[in-house]
Design a protein around this ligand. Structure first.
Ligand SMILES: *Cc1c(COP(=O)(O)O)cnc(C)c1O
Length: 428
């Protein structure tokens, strides 16, 4: 079975599931909420966390566990927790270490849903957030950290702004403050970026995107890097007795897996937004081709970005795989490829942009990103419409910005579609 030496491609295909003699070769779909046992003591031991096994699918399920095991290996973590969606994963990742009266420092260029969570919903629970410009000097970012700050949150490659995280800067700031760095690695996936190897403590994903890769299944996952020292005095919930488990201490009982075990046995137990077995099965199938897809998404997007950059019908194009891009140096340093999303503005602004989107034939207008089919979206009027104009600009969303998720069709066909739609949008 899986050795530490397996390369990412091999893990993507075979990691996380090791069939015994006569078992199904493919991860089986265990569509069952519950599991049968012979003795009452057996089940009591699960409830007391004295034994490990599946007893109710809100806590764990074999198909979901195979997906979690593969994600743990892909990200070089010590454990993972799969959730019902990316938003559920981010919410759990934060609630696991933040409570009323505490504070988060996050980057401004975040997915719209995450921004709303931090700016609207968590404040209602007494958890506040300060947003920082990720390209600001380290001293400025560090100054946002307060005594009650529990973590730094950032995206490795932001959606939709395609800002690349300076991992060295952020891990240094987090270490000096004694707080973990949580990184949303949805856009690069572990194939293009491995945050834990760059010093991140916790990784989260919306697996609804490239991990599933085919736009079939909502899902999210948290991966624990196992390197953060929860016993540094700032995180009593990790070290002090948990009355809901007879006074167990997570750091004492579970060592470097304390964070991810606590998230499962407290948060999914009490809130329950777990990944459905069917969605785990589909996401796992998606992972089997992750490496091939991410390479083609990146090369197709580079080709389209270069073609757009040379076209006089566009105002600007932004993609960290372009040599002229402000994030190019960071992308070279931290990403194996710049992934499949670019943004651009059409000459003629919002109206021309709308005509462009309405004229596309191969690419379709969808509220999704990161699957095999090329798609476009207008964040200012769609995913980020709940933000004010000023908040949109802070998140890097200009009014005319069109987000393109470049699929796996032949690049010549994608470019031909953009060419005809740009002509339709810009002819006088
Ligand atoms: C889509 C997305 C999310 C939210 O994920 P859902 O699965 O839609 O809940 C979070 N972060 C990023 C970067 C995303 O692209």
């Amino acid at each position: 079975m899986a050795t530490k030496n397996w390369k990412l491609e091999t893990i993507a295909v075979q990691g996380g599931y090791d069939p015994a003699n006569g078992d199904p070769r493919v991860v089986p779909l265990v569509q069952s909420t519950t599991y049968a046992y012979d003795s009452a003591q057996n089940v009591a031991d699960f409830f007391d966390l004295k034994a490990v096994g599946h007893f109710y699918t809100r806590i764990s399920n074999p198909t979901v566990a195979a997906f979690e095991a593969k994600m743990t290996m892909l990200e070089s973590g010590v454990g993972a927790l799969a959730c019902a969606s990316g938003q559920a994963a981010i919410t759990y990742a934060l609630l696991n270490i933040c409570q009323a009266g505490q504070h988060i420092v996050a980057t401004q260029a975040l997915y719209g849903g995450t921004f709303n969570l931090l700016s609207q919903t968590l404040p209602k629970l007494g958890i506040t957030c300060t947003f920082v410009d990720q390209h600001a000097p380290a001293t400025e970012i560090a100054a946002a950290i307060q005594d009650n700050t529990r973590c730094l949150l950032a995206e490795s490659l932001s959606n939709p702004g395609t800002e690349v995280l300076d991992f060295d800067k952020f891990t240094t700031i987090a270490r000096e403050a004694g707080i973990p760095l949580i990184v949303d690695n949805t856009f690069p996936t572990p194939h293009l970026c491995r945050p834990i190897e760059f010093g991140a403590d916790i990784v989260v994903h919306s697996s609804s995107k490239y991990i599933d890769g085919h736009a079939t299944s909502l899902g999210g996952v948290i991966i624990d890097g196992g390197q953060f020292d929860w016993t540094n005095g700032k995180f009593p919930e990790m070290t002090e007795p948990d009355p809901s488990y007879h006074g167990l201490s997570y750091s004492e009982s579970f060592g470097n897996s304390a964070y991810i075990v606590k998230a499962r046995v407290q948060l999914t137990r009490d809130i329950g937004a777990v990944l459905a077995p069917m969605n785990a099965w589909l996401s796992n199938l998606g992972l089997e081709t992750l490496h091939l897809r991410m390479e083609r998404h990146s090369s197709n997007t580079t080709r389209l970005a270069e073609w757009l950059a040379a076209d006089s019908r566009i105002q600007w194009v932004k993609y960290p795989g372009l040599k002229t891009d402000a994030n190019y140096a960071l992308a070279q340093r931290y990403l194996k490829g710049a992934s499949g999303v670019l943004t651009f503005g059409v000459q003629g602004g919002i109206e021309a942009g709308e005509r462009f989107m309405n004229s596309l034939k191969l690419a379709r207008l969808v509220v999704h990103v990161a699957d095999v089919r090329t798609s476009v979206l207008h964040p200012a009027s769609m995913t980020h419409r709940q933000l004010t104009a000023a908040q949109q600009m802070q998140a890097g969303i200009r009014p005319e910005l069109i987000r393109v998720s470049v699929g796996l069709e032949h690049i010549d066909d994608i470019i031909a579609d953009f060419d005809q739609a740009l002509s339709a949008a810009t002819k006088a």
